[in-house]
Design a protein around this ligand. Structure first.
Ligand SMILES: [Zn+2]
Length: 304
């Protein structure tokens, strides 16, 4: 029984899965103030606000997204808290993984899920200079060689890549159709569907070179402080119609999911690394002081 309980905790925390996923939620009676595990620790918790004074320029290698171009079959489901895409562990040698980019290990893609809000000025878990995007995608990767249960107990057991979703009605920029086309099939808790010919790079922006990096936690119970976070500076596109469909997804209480993001957490002295793109690097070379450049980059990201 105990091992079953632990498995449930691990699954709920890491994958946001399970049928309903425990009794935590985002409402006053079961919201973030009541979450258990490490959630009240406030040591290296996530999400955070990316503020210019807390950011350091970092000479990191670029992050490589391997097998993200491979087309495969995934399961897409509503777990009562969010929508989850999974099944990558069945892809064998073609399972997507990430490496380099300052990571000391290779991390295999386990699943992805979404966070969103009831209107456009809220929804993303992380913020840039205090501002939120309307949604945020998380790709959860497990360190190679570790089980899910082992990964949540290591300070670098999990690597999550966060991608902001920015509202635009440009149909060419928008590649979310691969999942938004089936939002209607997973409207209610427990609904599941399958997506064939899914390519993970549909969920990545065209440029992945620039990113923020910091050490944090899962943003759902058990809030394990086991996550190396990579937040891509460039967002991907989502249309107002797709946002409307997302906000119509029903949660475990059979209500529209208007909040499934955790509030911002204290940085507690942590520093955030910023790995610039090539363009940013040339700007930095010509700048008199780095301290002039980083705030400018954060401001650019804010108004992207
Ligand atoms: Zn998440």
């Amino acid at each position: 029984m105990l091992s079953l309980i632990y498995l449930c905790i691990f699954l709920v925390g890491v994958v946001q899965c399970g049928e309903g996923g425990g009794n935590w939620g985002y409402e006053p009676h079961n919201g973030p103030d009541h979450w258990q595990g490490d959630c009240q620790n406030h040591l290296r918790q996530s999400p955070i606000d990316i503020r210019a004074p807390d950011v350091d320029y970092a000479l990191l290698h670029r992050l490589y997204f391997m097998n993200f171009e491979h087309a495969g079959h995934i399961e897409f489901s509503n777990n009562g808290k969010t929508l989850v895409g999974g099944g990558f562990d069945k892809w064998g040698q073609k399972q997507p993984f990430i490496q380099s980019g300052g990571l000391n290990h290779r991390y295999k893609l386990h699943s992805f899920h979404l966070h969103w809000g009831g209107h456009d000025s809220v929804g993303s878990e992380h913020a840039i200079g205090g501002l939120h995007y309307p949604a945020e995608l998380h790709m959860v990767h497990i360190r190679e060689g570790l089980s899910l249960g082992e990964a949540v107990t290591r300070p670098d057991g999990i690597a999550v890549v966060g991608v902001f979703l920015a509202k635009t009605n440009d149909p060419i920029a928008n590649r979310m159709n691969i999942i938004s086309d089936v939002f209607g099939k997973v409207k209610h808790t427990g609904n599941k569907t399958e997506i064939s010919s899914f390519k993970t790079n549909y969920l990545l922006p065209a440029v992945t070179e620039a990113f923020y990096r910091y050490e944090g936690s899962l943003t759902t119970p058990t809030c394990s402080e086991a996550v190396i976070w990579t937040l891509l500076a460039e967002p991907i596109a989502i249309s107002s119609h797709q946002l409307h469909l997302l906000r119509d997804i029903h949660n475990y209480a059979n209500k529209k999911t208007e909040i499934n993001y955790r509030p911002l957490q204290a940085l507690n002295g942590r520093r955030i690394q910023y790995r610039p793109s090539k363009l940013d690097r040339s700007m930095i070379c010509s700048a008199e002081k780095l301290s002039m450049v980083i705030p400018a980059l954060v401001m650019m990201a804010k108004f992207f």
